[in-house]
Design a protein around this ligand. Structure first.
Ligand code: CTP
Length: 396
């Protein structure tokens, strides 16, 4: 995982410059130190005060300002990452040619940091052989090109050339810094909590939001994996780039997992799966008039998906289970985990304590990872994203 980064956001002069504000904001909110280098043309589309307020740093444009601090190379040398959003056809041409007639050009030339460009222009300009050749040159040099998307352009026309959504620029930019140690691997993740129907309008569910499972899917994708997410009633969004299959009940999850498991190199069962389902699902809404003062529900056991996947897995597959326990102390938690990993037969079990205020719907998590022998292989606490990366560090 990356800590606080020094990110240079280059803004070049196109209508999409207003979207740079959202890119900068997302990077700042993610805890990074953002320095904006805008071209003169960019400042015709978006004001310097806006860029300074959002980035919380002075915005630089002029090559001949701050000469004493050798600013034309200092900003580039200090950068961990440079993102140019939007990158106009003109700025792409200049970067491809290595021109340094403004501060942005100098900054890029003086830097060895990963460079990510988010092109934005009209379709004709994007498809022009000059731009096509410049993009090919930049890709061959290892520059990450994110987008453009297809959609409504500035005029009434539609086509390839829209800058991708700011959040996608940010995830592509941060992924450019992430080691691609899961490249070529297929990862199947289950997330969320299953719901077992009682009648057409009611279900028995659990408090899992899906945050940790989605964080694992996102982290695996950022490390180059091809990720399929079996999503059970998620409370959180799933970014693009992950194949999402929605499921509702444990039965749905079992069927979807059976279809997907053979393709997977790694299976991570982060979903909270209902152990029991109602023995009968009422055809119509259960009514008080007929049920009376007391209603007894009969539940039957659901098959254990993790156990059967573990029992039938290939030698080259890794299966990871999760266990959310309410044990009061560390020793009891570990004992429960050791029993569970042995019973389930999975390669690893990620254990966390849950309670009324812990574990569910909160951004942070605190986990212990056990191997099949019950030995602790990793402990992690922090954001669910950082915990996800620590788990994947073990698996990669
Ligand atoms: N799991 C599963 N199928 C089920 C129940 C659980 O695949 N029918 C998986 C979960 O996705 C999780 C792991 O098993 O990865 C542990 O879930 P948990 O509910 O803690 O385990 P249980 O076997 O249900 O044990 P307990 O009796 O403690 O609830």
């Amino acid at each position: 995982m990356t800590g606080r980064l020094n990110v240079v956001v280059g803004v070049s002069g196109g209508i999409a410059a207003y979207k740079a504000v959202a890119v900068i904001r997302a990077l700042v909110l993610a805890g990074h130190d953002v320095h904006v280098v805008a071209t003169e043309a960019a400042l015709r589309f978006v004001g310097k005060p806006t860029l300074e307020a959002i980035s919380r740093n002075p915005v630089h444009t002029d090559l001949y300002e701050g000469v004493a601090q050798v600013r034309h190379v200092a900003i580039g040398q200090a950068a961990d990452l440079i993102v140019v959003a939007p990158a106009t056809a003109h700025s792409i041409a200049k970067i491809a040619a290595g021109l340094a007639d403004d501060l942005l050009g100098n900054t890029i030339l003086a830097s060895s940091a990963p460079l990510v460009l988010a092109p934005a222009m009209h379709t004709e300009m994007w498809q022009n052989p000059a731009t096509v050749a410049n993009i090919a040159t930049l890709r061959a040099r290892g520059v990450t090109i994110v987008g453009p998307a297809i959609g409504q352009l500035t005029g009434s026309d539609t086509g390839a050339g829209r800058m991708v959504d700011p959040d996608d620029v940010v995830s592509a930019a941060l992924a450019a810094l992430t080691v691609q140690d899961l490249a070529g691997r297929r990862v199947l993740v289950t997330a969320g909590g299953t719901r077992e129907a009682l009648d057409p309008v009611r279900f028995i569910g659990n408090r899992s939001s899906g945050r940790q499972g989605v964080a694992l899917a996102v982290a695996a994708a950022s490390r180059g994996a091809e990720v399929t997410l079996l999503a059970a009633n998620l409370e959180v969004p799933v970014p693009t780039g992950i194949t999402r299959i929605d499921v509702v009940s444990a039965g749905d999850l079992a069927s979807a997992a059976a279809l997907e498991v053979n393709r997977a190199d790694i299976v991570i069962m982060a979903a909270a799966v209902a152990d029991y389902r109602p023995a009968v699902i009422a055809e119509a809404k259960i009514k008080k008039e007929s049920a009376g003062e007391r209603l007894t529900l009969e539940l039957v056991r659901n098959p254990d998906i993790l156990s059967s996947l573990s029992a039938s897995k290939r030698a080259d597959q890794i299966v990871v289970g999760f266990a959310a326990e309410t044990e009061p102390d560390d020793a009891a938690l570990l004992e429960a985990g050791r029993g569970k990993v042995a019973r389930k037969g999975c390669d690893y079990l990620v254990l966390n304590r849950v309670g009324w205020a812990e574990g569910f719907s909160v951004p942070d998590n605190d986990v212990v990872m056990l191997d099949l022998a019950g030995d602790i292989v990793m402990r992690a606490s922090g954001s669910k994203a950082s915990v996800a990366h620590r788990i994947l560090d073990r698996l990669a």
